[in-house]
Design a binder for this molecule. Sequence first.
Ligand code: ATP
Ligand code: MG
Length: 645
Amino acid sequence: MTEVKTYPVDPELSARAHITPERYETLYRQSIDEPESFWAEQAEQFLDWFKPWDKVMDYDYSKGYIRWFEGGELNVSYNCLDRHLATRGDQTAIIWESDDPAQDKKISYRELHREVCKFANVLKSQSVKKGDRVCIYLPMIVEAAVVTLACARIGAVHSIVFGGFSAESLRDRIQDADCHTVICADEGLRGGKKIPLKTSVDQAVSHCPNVKNVIVIRNTGNDIPWTPKRDIWYHEAMKTASDDCPPETLSAEDPLFILYTSGSTGKPKGLVHTTGGYLLFAAMTHKYVFDYHDGDIYWCTADIGWVTGHSYIIYGPLCNGATTLMFEGIPTYPEPDRFWRIVDKHQVNIFYTAPTAIRALMAQGNDFVNRTDRSSLRILGTVGEPINPEAWEWYYHIVGNERCPIMDTWWQTETGGILITPLPGAIALKPGAATLPFFGVKPEILDNAGNVLEGEAEGILVLSRPWPGQARSIYGDHNRFIDTYFKNFPGYYFAGDGARRDRDGYYWITGRVDDVINVSGHRMGTAEVESALVLHEDVAEAAVVGYPHPIKGQGIYAYVTLNAGVEPSETLKQELIDLVRKEIGAIAHPDIIQWAPGLPKTRSGKIMRRILRKVASNEIDNLGDTSTLADPSVIDEIIDHRANK
Ligand code: ATP
Ligand code: MG
């Protein structure tokens, strides 16, 4: 097996970092031994409260009951905007980079505050009140941040739906959260292509009788269908709106938003996040995980339709008074060097993206990276899936020029913020490891029977106590919340992922518990086998699933995407099999390799192994919920070429 490399903490980075190795030790211990005083101190330091809380934390996992800072009162938009005006009103809050490389703009905190106040008044004029659900279906434009913060200002609960979802998926989410107001744009723009958002809204809303208002932002300016009385132009409503809108006083546990998971493992869940704990956790993780300092230019490439966009484009950075970059387009348009060009253009210091983007750009070759400068970069990050060590090394050496540590951040929609992660100045890195828990986070590894495993171990990842950013419920279905996260292993939050803890106490996410493969009694995470496959220089991406095997119980079925220009061959297949045997052992010998020009992914870019498992078992009539699939044609191609007909 390949030796695991360790990249020590850079002393220079550590010298200027908020969290040094010693401070990590001290604070982590305090956060676990004295959680109440630890979190009270953080809540005072990071947030402005209108009224202090009565009780820091209260919980009973058996009832899915989680409360933070009860009795406390605050407003999220006040914390993200108003309180910065005196000291940084003219500082850029958002750098917006258009899909078109020739266009961008900068919005100061003062301007953003003004727009948010105005739109909050527009919402009020449409009788949107505290507690009402508002659906936001927008491209990555500045108005997306404006309307989100405006909801927070008046206590309306936003439900942001990724602008790439179909009318049907949008309809389901509007109905599930019973939204009465929808905010959309005429069209979106991605990679030079127009996305007919308003048309989708019309289709969706025709099945949603409770929707009273559709507020439309003029983005591309093209003609769109219009329903008088129901539809309102954003720019017209804003023209007459007052910019005076005092922030509503909200309780720490008032809901802030509902957000649906990616749907990798089944029907998406509409998680409910609340005000005080969520904001604290987003702000604190943003500052420490990315070692954010005043003046840094910070860019997270996620879409605001995902939790990463919520916590690390909008709420965390703005709460910290940061400059956050919002990108409307895609990494490959007009060319696969777009990310790095944007880094150079805006002198980005901190860059946070996903393994799916890294693997896709890596497959395009190094020239696109090498022709850019990237010397402004200081810290890199990744989230969304396990990052294969091969992709990690490429990100580190080629993108970061061996100067920038990579924060491999493990977390979920349910967790609100990052739970397991390195810290730039404090924690040495191992490619492929999410490393150590953030403050207040106590992971455990269990066996299938629920026994706690100590020391070096592999099994089911759970968390043994709440943290402020934890979701409080599934909207409209609290029983599903209890059943999904708290039933299987009483007393713990069950994350649904597997992990291995190595001898240094580092956590390696091995993949979804549902995806674990059992070959002749040997349990295997998908991440390890996939990482072995992508070590091959011709392989861009791989997904591995189990399928019924007469002798071994389960066999290993690998779907492999080759790099651009590589021809599949039997020799290559054999090379891949040999590579896996060498890296992991004979037990991981892939039984079937299918060449797949594309893999089925969620719209947030995660591989949907549950569908591949169905195909591998020849259960193609029953693929399950496919509503979150990014490109359905990928499945047809995979089904046509399946090995198990
Ligand atoms: P659903 O819950 O609907 O199946 P999902 O789990 O993909 O969808 P998200 O909340 O967007 O929805 O994704 C969280 C999951 O992403 C985690 O549970 C984990 O499987 C994976 N993940 C995120 N970050 C990492 C990481 N750094 N390393 C490994 N896996 C990660
Ligand atoms: Mg999940």
